[in-house]
Design a protein around this ligand. Structure first.
Ligand SMILES: Cc1cc2nc3c(=O)[nH]c(=O)nc-3n(C[C@H](O)[C@H](O)[C@H](O)COP(=O)(O)OP(=O)(O)OC[C@H]3O[C@@H](n4cnc5c(N)ncnc54)[C@H](O)[C@@H]3O)c2cc1C
Length: 392
């Protein structure tokens, strides 16, 4: 998702780009079952995807706008409710299947004459030098480029080849995901209940069903994954307090280990990391790909400015501007997510009281609540031009 966004952004500006991808994204049919992997796409990400002309493709396929977000704590009466209308917005964001995002981006990429799509191809070997980076593909072909961008996910080969160290720690949780159909409609709301064992999210899909992300300690997550369907439904209904009535249907389940990773460096001479290759965070606020899309937009802007000023797009001086811009922002989000996770994964009475009171206080103080909301939606902060307005 992040790599294709960057390729589209720079390909539109006549940069010659090769995208190497191991797996060919497939299109979906309207009648297909919903995919297990979805993303909550923020307002800033929406602008970025509009600027690379991929947004319409997503709306045309399957995307669900949500107008409300409701968050509550299982250990008390604390809750907070966000409403798009309070900010004069048509929605707070969209829930979109990752496959839909990937395919819609690819569709746009393939229209750009300066972008070469090399797929299915795997990166076998990488050689860095001062002026030229060399990538050998599994079919033996060799590509050379001034700049190599690692948008290759959490286990980035580019990061490893560049010798970039990671600061990482496991959250000791896994996220169990599934698609569920309940008797009540989701009311265009993204729901999240904080349980002492981890957060449970119900994310709205366009046919009225929900994609769930249930983060739980490793052992509990394994149990949730393996238990028989009937029992899983009972546990899920109880964990969600029957908020959307009875669960009538549940898809197959999958689980993803949750690890906080942050690359010590985002750039070297001729190399930059974006998206999960640079950072992975807890999905509790649905920010992972949103941060990655901001990386892509910021890197594109830094590169364009360098070219316009006659500079070297791959020099360390140029690339450091991207790193300074995005690293601090990503760190702040990562530590906030770790803090939230720790604050809510605790059923000590005093903490529970503070947490519940805190949620209620924030909910009742309009300006604080709106400030929080604007930040989470990507409407505030040091945003790249692509994330601010259409036609950057
Ligand atoms: C359960 C769960 C729920 C989440 N929910 C949200 C959410 O609601 N909102 C949100 O913003 N984020 C969410 N995230 C995070 C989000 O999924 C990631 O941040 C996002 O997928 C990162 O995108 P990316 O493009 O950087 O990397 P990836 O999606 O990992 O893409 C990397 C690509 O590189 C390719 N690749 C890797 N190595 C090679 C190689 N050697 N050769 C060729 N190709 C290669 C892979 O095939 C892949 O296509 C969630 C994560 C989890 C686990």
């Amino acid at each position: 998702m992040v790599g294709l966004t960057l390729a589209c952004a720079l390909g539109q500006q006549q940069f010659k780009i090769a995208v190497v991808e191991a797996f060919q994204p497939e299109d979906i049919n309207q009648n297909d079952d919903y995919q297990l992997r979805v993303s909550a796409i923020s307002k800033s990400s929406q602008k970025i995807l509009q600027n690379v002309n991929a947004w319409q493709g997503m709306l045309k396929r399957r995307a669900c706008a949500y107008q409300h977000m409701h968050v509550w704590d299982a250990t008390g009466d604390g809750n907070i409710h966000f409403d798009a209308a309070d900010l004069g917005l048509d929605s707070l964001g969209h829930i979109i299947e990752n496959k839909v995002i990937q395919f819609s981006l690819l569709e746009q990429c393939l229209k750009l004459p300066d972008v070469d799509w090399l797929c299915p191809q795997q990166v076998k070997d990488i050689r860095f030098s001062e002026t030229q980076q060399q990538v050998t593909l599994n079919d033996g072909n060799v590509i050379t480029a001034k700049l190599l961008v690692g948008a290759d996910g959490a286990n980035s080969k580019v990061r490893e080849a560049a010798g970039v160290e990671l600061n990482q720690s496991a959250y000791e949780q896994k996220a169990v995901v599934a698609v569920v159909k309940s008797t009540l409609h989701h009311k265009d709301t993204a729901w999240q209940r904080f349980l002492p064992s981890g957060p449970l999210a119900f994310l709205p899909l366009s046919d009225g069903s929900c994609s769930i992300v249930w983060s739980a300690e490793n052992q509990r997550a394994d149990e949730l994954l393996e238990m028989e369907e009937k029992l899983f439904i009972t546990e899920l209904q109880s964990a969600f307090e029957n908020t959307l009535g009875k669960i009538e249907k549940v898809s197959k389940r999958a689980a993803f280990p949750l690890v906080r990773r942050h690359a010590n460096e985002y750039v070297k001479q001729g190399m930059a990391l974006v998206g999960d290759a640079a950072h992975t965070i807890h999905p509790l606020a649905g920010q992972g790909v949103n941060l990655g899309l901001l990386d892509a937009a910021a890197l594109a802007e830094v590169i364009l400015r360098a070219r316009a000023g006659g500079g070297n797009i791959a020099s360390l001086t140029t690339l450091r501007k991207y790193e300074r811009w995005r690293r601090a922002d990503n760190s702040l989000m990562m530590y906030s997510m770790s803090g939230f996770k720790n604050l809510f994964s605790n059923d000590q009475a005093e903490l529970s009281f503070i947490r519940n009171a805190g949620l209620n206080i924030i909910d009742s103080i309009g300006p604080v609540k709106y400030k929080l909301m604007r930040h989470a939606l990507g409407l505030e902060g040091d945003l790249p031009e692509m994330a601010k307005s259409i036609g950057w």
